[in-house]
Design a protein around this ligand. Structure first.
Ligand SMILES: C[S@@+](CC[C@H](N)C(=O)[O-])C[C@H]1O[C@@H](n2cnc3c(N)ncnc32)[C@H](O)[C@@H]1O
Length: 224
C-alpha cells in the first residue's frame, strides 16, 4: 500500500481522465477562478462527480450548498438537478460570488441556481425565516469552525431522507486530536460528534487521498 502523495495524484489523474472526461465549462470555471485570484480549494474532479452522483441517487430537486468559492462544486451539483430543480449556494465573499455567478451563467445554470452573499450563519437564519421547501441534499464546505452550526441548520432545512455531506473532515489526520486548538479541527470534531449523537442523524465518514491530499467526507442521512 502506498502512502506516497505522488501515487495518490497519479491514481486520481487516471480516474479523472477515465471517468470525468475534459469538460470545457468546468475547466473554464477553474481557469477564471484562478485568474481572479481565488484559492484552489475546490473539490477535485472525481469528488465533484461523486457529489453529482449522490445528488442524482438522492433524486434531489432542491440542493443547499454552504461555501460556493467559484462555483465549481455548484456546477457539479446543479447539473444533477431536473429542469425545475433549484440550488441555493451561500458564500461570504462578494468577489467569490461574482466569479461563481459568471461561471454558473456560462454553464447555463443561472436559472436554477441562486447565490446569497454574506456570512452563511446569517443567510441560514434568513432562509429559515422564509420557511422554504425542504432541501434534499446539503453540501457543507465553508468555514469549518462553524460546521456544527451548519449541521444544525441543515437539520432545520431538510426532511427525513435528506442527505447532509460535510467536506474536509480529516484535515491531514488532525481530526483525531482532541486537544487541538485549531478552530477548524474543533468545528469538524463537533460536527462529527453531533452526527454521531443526534437522534435524527445516521452518518459515517470516509477518508480520501488524491490531488487534494489526505482528507475526507462525512455523510449523514436525516431520519424520521
Ligand atoms: C472550500 S471553499 C468552497 C469550495 C467549493 N465548495 C468547491 O468545491 O468548488 C470555502 C468557501 O467558503 C467561503 N466561506 C468561508 N467562510 C464563510 C462563511 N462564514 N459564510 C459563507 N461562506 C464562507 C469561502 O469564502 C470560500 O469561498
Amino acid at each position: 500500500m502506498s502512502t506516497n502523495p505522488t501515487h495518490w495524484t497519479k491514481v486520481d489523474n487516471y480516474f479523472t481522465d477515465l471517468l470525468t472526461p475534459a469538460d470545457p465549462v468546468l475547466t473554464a470555471a477553474l481557469q477564471d477562478s484562478e485568474a481572479a485570484g481565488l484559492p484552489a480549494i475546490n473539490v477535485a474532479p472525481n469528488q465533484g462527480k461523486l457529489l453529482h452522483l449522490l445528488a442524482q441517487l438522492q433524486g434531489a430537486h432542491r440542493i443547499l450548498e454552504i461555501g460556493t468559492l467559484g462555483g465549481y462544486s455548484t456546477i457539479w451539483l446543479a447539473r444533477a438537478l431536473p429542469a425545475d430543480g433549484h440550488l441555493l449556494t451561500l458564500e461570504y465573499s462578494p468577489k467569490h460570488a461574482e466569479v461563481a455567478a459568471a461561471n454558473l451563467t456560462r454553464a447555463g445554470l443561472d436559472k436554477i441556481t441562486e447565490i446569497r452573499t454574506g456570512p452563511a450563519l446569517d443567510s441560514l437564519a434568513t432562509l429559515h425565516a422564509e420557511s422554504p421547501a425542504p432541501f434534499d441534499l446539503v453540501f457543507i464546505d465553508a468555514d469549518k469552525a462553524n460546521n456544527p452550526h451548519y449541521v444544525e441548520w441543515s437539520l432545520k432545512l431538510t426532511r427525513p431522507g435528506s442527505l447532509i455531506i460535510v467536506d474536509n473532515v480529516v484535515r491531514g489526520g488532525e481530526v483525531t486530536n482532541p486537544k487541538s486548538d485549531d478552530p477548524s479541527i474543533r468545528g469538524t470534531r463537533a460536527a462529527l460528534e453531533l452526527i454521531a449523537s443526534h437522534p435524527k442523524l445516521d452518518g459515517t465518514a470516509v477518508q480520501t487521498v488524491g490531488t487534494k491530499g489526505y482528507d475526507g467526507f462525512a455523510l449523514a442521512r436525516v431520519l424520521d
